[in-house]
Design a protein around this ligand. Sequence first.
Ligand code: ATP
Ligand code: MG
Length: 140
Amino acid sequence: MADWPLTSDLGPLGALPTAPRLARGFIGVVLTAWGLTGLADVTELLVSELTANVVRASTGPDGNPRYDNEGKLPLLWVRLLSDHFRIMVEVWDNLPPAIGTPVVRHPGPDEESGRGLEMIDALSEDWGWESVPGWKGKRV
Ligand SMILES: Nc1ncnc2c1ncn2[C@@H]1O[C@H](COP(=O)(O)OP(=O)(O)OP(=O)(O)O)[C@@H](O)[C@H]1O
Ligand SMILES: [Mg+2]
């Protein structure tokens, strides 16, 4: 396991359409502070896709958020880690497993969606997700 001496966290954010924009702004500010602006574009793209996936998974067929049985919005968190050369991006959500999990799709040319994780797979050194013990959600 690599050592990541630099860490910065954002959240909780409501899993709403405004979240990817907030997450991109956070990436820009933190990478500037860390002197890693050369990695900002690709990191903003990755974090946009990951947070947009949480927003999509948090939205019901009627277009409204999937409030939990206490009436609370699904939430997400972004964690950025670095060893001064490489970056690790984590996006956490508190969605129940029944909502589904991240799976790379391979859409045909006429399909309008299903390219986010394919792009992440291509642009990152590695990616994955896991459920977190004691936590109903997951970390991607
Ligand atoms: N955080 C998540 N929680 C639950 N399911 C997810 C999550 N991220 C991805 N998925 C599942 O993985 C599938 C593939 O994600 P991917 O980002 O590749 O495509 P998409 O979001 O459907 O479309 P696009 O990213 O092209 O707009 C999603 O359709 C969804 O079923
Ligand atoms: Mg997506």
